[in-house]
Design a protein around this ligand. Structure first.
Ligand SMILES: NC(=O)c1ccc[n+]([C@@H]2O[C@H](COP(=O)([O-])OP(=O)(O)OC[C@H]3O[C@@H](n4cnc5c(N)ncnc54)[C@H](O)[C@@H]3O)[C@@H](O)[C@H]2O)c1
Length: 342
């Protein structure tokens, strides 16, 4: 459900649950209270609690705390959990719901752009371990996703911009109308208050939902959602996760376009459009030239690789993703020259 002021749309998504637990990121506690009121008015017994903001929610300790809370509330399989927050909260609360009693209903209420168009869509939940990000998790499709655009009013501009990298990705792999909307009004697309926000969000969700509905467990086309992400994950690793994900994805998209061009798949117009659109949104499109050897190493251990091979999603044209397996390092280097700065 996508729209404005959607608290009244939540009760039908948890119909028949006697107890509903609303777990929220502290940053959106006020909004979560409005959702809780709507549930109480609809006759549910409602418990509310706050989860740690950001990645701190994605620890085993945090999830163990949620399991203990569920036990204290005597939560049964016919009850429901509502996760309110950014992708970190929806991942963590989603994982707690996936594992409690081997799975109870969860409704995701994403409150960041990235959560709305990516993390809360598609049923992947996860926490981090000492060995890396998202290593423990479960596929647990939500009973519903409530995308209330009103909650974006408080979102910092930088988080909006970072989320737009995934919106642009959705445009290139599945719905070029997204790119037209950004190009027609870049400053509007650069803020949650632009005239096309709802359409951008809805179209991006549709791209992901269409892909995932045919391949929940990532044995085929779901991999296309990793467009731009092989280099992005390598950059995040090399930067020890101090670079925002959206910025790494933005650079990764320009690299993936260059790789498509180097393979002879992509014409200059589509390849160059990547950098143009991302630059219009204020996202980065280059990375230091001397980091290529480190990135090449990091890409070979990216968890999306199968065996020791490097896999890249590239485009054969707008909206036509395909997988390139184990390209020659010389081809990768040639593509990297297009993003290399300094
Ligand atoms: N499950 C998936 O398929 C999937 C896909 C992509 C990303 N992810 C995960 O998503 C996470 C990143 O999500 P994110 O970018 O939403 O970051 P986040 O959840 O860490 O939130 C970023 C910050 O925004 C604050 N915040 C959230 N909503 C707000 C609002 N409306 N107003 C003001 N502040 C708000 C939070 O408190 C936090 O400090 C990562 O852990 C990533 O692994 C999961």
């Amino acid at each position: 459900v996508v729209g404005h002021d959607l608290a009244g749309d939540l009760p039908p998504l948890v119909a028949s649950a006697s107890t509903v637990v609303v777990l929220c990121d502290r940053a959106v506690a006020g909004y979560a209270a409005v959702l809780a009121d709507a549930l109480v008015s609809a006759g549910h017994r409602v418990e509310t609690s706050v989860v740690e903001p950001g990645e701190r929610a994605k620890s085993l300790d945090a999830v163990a705390g949620l399991w203990d809370a569920f036990a204290g509330m005597r939560l049964t399989r016919s009850d429901a959990v509502v996760a309110v927050g950014g992708g970190a909260s929806t991942d963590s609360v989603g994982f707690a719901a996936a594992t409690w009693l081997r799975g109870i209903r969860v409704v995701q209420v994403p409150t960041t752009l990235l959560g709305m168009v990516d993390a809360a869509i598609g049923g992947k939940t996860a926490i981090n371990t000492a060995a890396g990000k998202n290593l423990v998790g479960a596929f647990h499709p939500p009973a519903g996703v409530l995308v209330d655009l009103s909650v974006l009013d408080s979102l910092p501009a930088a988080l909006w911009r970072d989320g737009m990298a995934e919106v642009v990705k959705a445009g290139f792999i599945g719905d070029p109308a997204i790119l037209d909307l950004v190009e027609r009004n870049p400053s509007g697309a650069g803020s949650p208050h632009g005239p096309d926000t709802r359409e951008l969000v809805e179209r991006s969700i549709r791209v992901k939902a269409d892909v995932v509905s045919g391949d929940l467990r990532e044995s085929g086309p779901r991999e296309y959602l990793n467009y731009g992400h092989t280099l992005a994950h390598a950059i995040e690793q090399v930067e020890h996760f101090r670079i925002p994900h959206g910025q790494a994805v933005s650079i990764g998209l320009v690299f993936a376009a260059a790789l498509g061009r180097q393979c002879g798949y992509l014409d200059d117009g589509v390849a160059d459009r990547h950098r143009q659109v991302l630059t219009q949104l204020g996202l980065p499109t280059s990375y230091p030239a001397d980091r290529f050897p480190d990135l090449l190493d990091a890409m070979s251990i990216d968890k999306k690789t199968r065996g020791a091979r490097r896999r890249f999603v590239v485009l054969k044209g707008l909206g036509m993703p395909t997988v390139l397996e184990d390209p020659q390092p010389s081809l990768l280097e040639a593509a990297y020259e297009e993003v290399a700065a300094g």
